[in-house]
Design a protein around this ligand. Structure first.
Ligand SMILES: [Zn+2]
Ligand SMILES: [Zn+2]
Length: 295
């Protein structure tokens, strides 16, 4: 039972896509279990005094600074989160979780590196494990907290996601490629029709899942806007997810087109359409920002 509609929508979407895309079943089963762990963190962050701690002074982006979360309570919550990694996780992730549970210093260093947006290479080396696997833990842990606090910083109702806010609809001209709430990079783009703007494009934050307006054809990585340098690709199996390529910097993002699939949930569909990432990698493209699963 979910008290927050946004989490129910995500879980329903996970189940739906599991039925439609069998090859993504294991990934989605695990993601469904991760969502069940994330929602209580979201609820806790909404109801806690964490938001007062992380909010920066007005007009000074990013508005939410997770590095200001109180040390003791964030560490305790992170330790608990790592310990309850679901059985649907890959063997690799389970092995890393086990190492982390027995190495409190590494656990602390990992969370601190993630909060400071620094590479986790040193922690990976000390634990003799892959940095990519290690990164999953602080990201999965911080994502719902960032989402709840970004929603509060934006003045949204407590039960609403940080998501799409009316005040973000205007003024794309000076749009930034970094999230205005938490400063992280976008993991996907979203396309939708609004009464005042058809085919409106927003970017979806990879951490707090806020969306913000961004010019339709501009590359968020290098600013390229020439249409001949901005091809996009659609596959038959994912007609509502297009790969937006940049011919100048060779990065890509996936755009979830809600006009094609009104029930799509961008964060879920982005993650489930892993075959498009494999295709893009085969073309020599690199993703602007990997998703929670490191894909
Ligand atoms: Zn963000
Ligand atoms: Zn580019």
């Amino acid at each position: 039972m979910s008290l927050h509609p946004v989490w129910t929508r995500r879980r329903t979407r996970v189940e739906r896509l599991r039925g439609e895309h069998r090859h993504a079943d294991e990934l989605l089963a695990f993601y469904g279990d991760v969502l069940a762990l994330q929602e209580p963190l979201y609820a806790r962050a909404l109801g806690s005094r964490w938001s007062e701690a992380v909010e920066a002074a007005a007009g000074e982006p990013p508005r939410v600074r997770l590095s200001r979360l109180p040390e003791r309570s964030r560490e305790r919550a992170f330790r608990r989160f790592v310990r309850v990694l679901p059985a649907s996780a890959t063997e690799l992730l389970r092995a890393v979780a086990e190492r982390l549970s027995t190495e409190p210093a590494a656990l602390r260093a990992l969370l601190e590196a993630a909060l400071a947006r620094q590479p986790v290479a040193a922690v990976a080396e000390s634990l003799d494990c892959e940095a990519a696997a290690l990164e999953f833990f602080p990201r999965a842990f911080l994502q719902p907290i960032a989402e709840a606090l970004a929603g509060r910083a934006a003045g949204g109702a407590a039960s609403e996601p940080a998501g799409f806010a009316a005040d973000q609809v205007s003024g794309d001209a000076g749009a930034r490629a970094a999230c205005p709430h938490c400063g992280d990079a976008p993991v996907a783009a979203v396309l939708r029709d609004l009464p005042e703007a058809r085919g409106r494009r927003t970017l979806l934050c990879s951490l707090c899942l806020t969306e913000w307006g961004f010019p339709r054809t501009r590359c968020p990585a290098c600013g390229e806007e020439r249409p001949d340098r901005r091809p996009h690709h659609v596959s038959e199996s994912w007609p509502h997810v297009r790969v937006e390529e940049c011919g100048s910097c060779r990065t890509y993002l996936k755009a979830i087109d809600l006009r094609e699939a009104g029930l799509a949930v961008p964060v879920v569909d982005e993650l489930a359409s892993v075959e498009l990432d494999l295709w893009a990698a085969g073309q020599g493209l690199s993703k602007l920002r990997t998703n929670l699963m490191g894909l």
